[in-house]
Design a protein around this ligand. Structure first.
Ligand code: 1HN
Length: 345
């Protein structure tokens, strides 16, 4: 490839004049923004063991009352992007949130899309646009853009969940803001009950369902059962994986980020081909070795790690006797919308 002229090759007076007119020569920067074949990526493979994160989160519970936090979260920040930028990848924000018994995280709505994956504890609920969703381990709960949400906890033990937002993307678009609200009135009915069975949806005989997001809670019991049934009915299927979709449209559950649950059979080694989107892996059950670029992480229950795009990832179930279950978040809906989604074999 032809080497291009450098900035230093240009006379200083010309460079100064360009800068003073808010002009920049393209050719010294062209290779950096269009590298050959593979994009440059700031996303590094990082592992956040829950065993080290949890005590620090509990300490935040002692140090910072709810009134001083609004959302008590430790952000899982990728150092490759700069810790202060609070990104795990170009489009994904990841945080571990703690709610203590009796606490309430007040209602607000914002432009970024959020989901939570419940990690531990019972008795908390998230109310999303008036729908009160119980939070049980492994459940996925959506808070789509613009929808009111608040969290409360009437149980006995701390509740912890993993938040995944498209905040870096929306912030980059200069479209990120929030509005504070009052405590929501809870309405009857829940999407996870109305849409509890795959392929069977309510018939809108008298009222058309106008809700863009008819299902807000995806119970772990359903995802787990779907994976076990898929694995036993298709013994040759290598990637035992399901995708969280909107049950009315069959499309991704949210606009920009994709959410999946994956099962590794006992002893299975699964090589995921290199694909353009960055990914996050969170172990719901079991123990998994993740090989990503030059790293090999051993993840146990509630551990989280991430992988840059355009890299193959190998997942190994550390147990020869029990299946392992992994929650996956990725940037695939965004890449498809942008027209840059790729699989490289
Ligand atoms: C947010 O609204 C929540 O509602 C959690 O629980 C994390 C991170 C950035 C911006 C908004 C929540 C968030 C957030």
């Amino acid at each position: 490839m032809q080497a291009l002229g450098r900035l230093e090759d240009l006379p200083q007076d010309y460079r100064d004049e360009l800068a003073s007119r808010n002009l920049v020569p393209l050719w010294p920067n062209l290779r950096a923004v269009l590298p050959p074949h593979v994009p440059s990526r700031a996303t590094r493979p990082i592992h956040w063991p829950y065993a080290t994160l949890r005590p620090l989160l509990m300490r935040a519970g002692e140090l910072t009352p709810m009134e001083k936090a609004e959302r008590r979260v430790l952000v899982l920040a990728n150092p490759g992007h700069g810790l202060e930028n609070m990104k795990v990848s170009p489009a994904m924000y990841l945080g571990m949130q703690l709610l203590l018994p009796g606490e309430w995280a007040p209602a607000h709505r914002h432009t970024p899309n959020a989901v939570r994956m419940i990690v531990e504890g019972r008795g908390a609920t998230t109310t999303v646009n008036g729908e009160r969703c119980p939070m049980e381990r492994g459940d996925l709960i959506l808070t789509p853009t613009g929808q009111w949400h608040e969290h409360e906890h009437d149980g006995q033990d701390p509740v912890v969940w993993l938040d995944v937002l498209d905040l870096p993307l929306i912030y980059y678009a200069e479209a990120s803001y929030a509005v504070e609200g009052e405590r929501q009135a809870v309405k009857a009915g829940r999407g996870d009950q109305a849409y509890a069975r795959g392929g069977i949806v309510p018939t809108p005989l008298f009222e058309r369902g106008a809700d863009a997001y008819p299902m807000l809670r995806y119970p772990w019991a359903q995802a787990r059962a779907a994976l076990l049934d898929l694995a036993s009915s298709q013994p040759d299927l290598k990637a035992v994986q399901v995708t969280y979709v909107n049950p009315e449209t069959g499309r991704d559950a949210q606009s920009n980020l994709g959410f999946h649950a994956l099962m590794l059979r006992p002893g299975q080694t699964l090589r995921l081909p290199a694909r353009s989107p960055a990914q996050v892996f969170h172990v719901v059950e079991g123990s998994v070795q993740a090989r990503i670029v030059d790293q090999a992480f051993t993840l146990v229950e509630a551990d989280t790690c991430c992988a840059p795009g355009y890299e193959a990832v190998t997942l190994v179930n550390a147990s020869g006797a029990e299946p392992a279950f992994v929650f996956v978040a990725d940037e695939s809906p965004l890449h498809r919308k942008l027209g840059v989604y790729e699989v490289r074999r």
